[in-house]
Design a protein around this ligand. Structure first.
Ligand SMILES: [Zn+2]
Ligand SMILES: [Zn+2]
Length: 182
């Protein structure tokens, strides 16, 4: 039983090792935290991305309950808290959606676009939601950042023409049986 005690190169880790980063989901496994942790911050400059990611990490991030007014197009199109511009305006002006400065903006990924659209669809009334879903399906179900802008534009238009008895989808099949799928 010769245990190599006192050998020079023991590989026991240090007692007070502090290599693991702070994890905000250690004691909180709520879906909201999970969702925020998986959120891709985009449309903003690196500096603002850091700020928002910091807020998410330390649970200071507050999600918007309703879209905010965009300082660019003056529509209620801002879906991300701390942003002052909607995605479309930020892209058009080529500025950071948060600090409004011309800077290298982090490009939205496809996951990001998908989550944006999913969040947007949730806020829509049934009929508009169907119109959007139909649009997505027509494109093969893929939501790229580009498709997202198209959808956002479409929803903005739907909102400005929300007369009660307007049928939004032009491809109306059947007259009065709109709930036959359920
Ligand atoms: Zn805008
Ligand atoms: Zn910024």
């Amino acid at each position: 039983m010769s245990s190599a005690k006192g050998s020079m190169n023991r590989q026991r880790p240090q007692k007070h090792q502090n290599r693991t980063a702070f994890k905000n989901n250690l004691h909180d496994t709520s879906t909201k935290t999970k969702f925020l942790n998986s959120m891709d911050v985009s449309g903003v400059c690196q500096k603002c991305k850091n700020i928002i990611e910091w807020k998410i990490k330390y649970k200071k991030y507050k999600s918007l309950t309703a879209p905010k007014k965009c300082v660019g197009c003056e529509q209620k199109t801002v879906k991300h808290n701390y942003h002052v511009l909607c995605n479309k305006c930020a892209r058009e002006k080529d500025v950071c959606a948060k600090c409004y400065k011309k800077a290298e903006v982090i490009e939205a990924t496809q996951t990001d676009a998908q989550m944006d659209v999913a969040a947007l669809v949730k806020t829509l009334p049934e009929r508009k939601r169907r119109t959007v879903m139909r649009f997505i399906n027509k494109l093969g179900g893929e939501v790229t950042p580009d498709v997202r802008s198209q959808i956002e534009e479409m929803v903005a238009k739907l909102e400005s023409t929300s007369l009660d008895n307007t049928e939004f989808d032009s491809s109306s099949d059947g007259d009065s049986c709109e709930s036959d799928e359920d």
